[in-house]
Design a protein around this ligand. Structure first.
Ligand SMILES: [Zn+2]
Length: 302
């Protein structure tokens, strides 16, 4: 019995057309179609319409609850055949549903942005000189692509500035130093981390610049394990009623009535193991955040 939810032909056709036959992986963007070298009436074609969540049980990113979506265009992404193979390596573990949906959305917008734009290498424009007159010479410059770069940069700066309203650099550093110091923080700090994750998971909050977007995806990918750990292993005991927000702290049941040094040795060992785990998760998130910040500063402000 065939239990694959293959795409119907019209989904395959419209996916190719909407991607403009260009690979949707932002760092690839290869053309996938060209005239045949040997036959006037043929094309060479190496594109694939891939499943985001697998078509059959056991496949990459298979979603057992996704039966109604599996054969729909929402589950399709157009890629070159290299990238289509790549995303399914390790049974899809390296490329999440979220990553692929972000690629698809970024590509959709990129194709839309480029509709009706000329290849800049052929663009001939008349330039204005500094006093406002029109120079006699026509010049070939990358005017069209420069305009696009400026528009894309404006879009990305805008997304970035919005993101700093959810979490800025100082807040991230406070969160890091509180947790890294004694395994404690404020509830509002954890909420902020949850919120930046939600903010970036909205496809509309994708960066057009593929390097920034990849850095963002890596950062967001590691937030989940950290906040899950905090929600599982932290207690919301009101340590300091004077604070406007309750502190939350790693396994305070060991600490409530005693200082660390007076803890029973087996409690202290348990606490140390958890604290090491916390520090590892935290450093991954913090490194990811710094890489993301660096990629933004590099691409947008330099
Ligand atoms: Zn590709």
């Amino acid at each position: 019995m065939n239990n694959r939810d293959n795409f119907p032909p019209e989904v395959v056709k419209i996916s190719k057309l909407q991607a403009a036959f260009i690979c949707s992986r932002p760092t690839c963007r290869r053309f996938t179609i060209a005239p045949s070298l040997s036959d006037d009436m043929l094309v060479q074609y190496n594109g694939k319409v891939a499943h985001i969540a697998a078509a059959a049980p056991g496949g990459p990113r298979y979603d057992q609850n996704g039966a109604t979506e599996r054969a729909r265009i929402s589950n399709a992404i157009f890629l070159c055949s290299n990238c289509a193979d790549l995303i399914d390596k390790n049974n899809g573990k390296d490329y999440s549903v979220e990553t692929l949906k972000n690629w698809k959305e970024t590509h959709r917008r990129w194709v839309l942005d480029n509709l009706n734009k000329a290849d800049s290498s052929d663009t001939t424009i008349t330039s204005h000189n500094q006093s406002g007159g029109i120079t006699a010479n026509t010049v070939n410059i990358n005017t069209v692509s420069q305009i696009k770069v400026d528009e894309n940069r404006k879009h990305d700066i805008d997304i970035f500035l919005k993101s700093t309203k959810v979490l800025n650099e100082d807040q991230m550093h406070n969160f890091y130093s509180n947790l890294n110091g004694d395994g404690a923080c404020l509830i509002e700090e954890v909420n902020r981390i949850d919120n930046i994750c939600q903010f970036f998971k909205k496809t509309g909050n994708s960066f057009i610049n593929p390097q920034i977007n990849e850095a963002k995806l890596n950062f967001v990918k590691d937030i989940g394990p950290l906040t899950n750990f905090i929600h599982l292993n932290f207690d919301k005991w009101p340590y300091n009623q004077q604070a406007r927000n309750f502190n939350i702290q790693l396994k305070p049941d060991y600490l409530r009535d005693t200082m660390y040094k007076q803890m029973k040795i087996e409690d202290r060992q348990k606490w140390d193991v958890l604290f090491d785990e916390l520090k590892t998760l935290l450093s991954v998130v913090f490194d990811g955040y710094n890489n993301f910040r660096k990629s933004i500063k590099h691409e947008l402000y330099l």
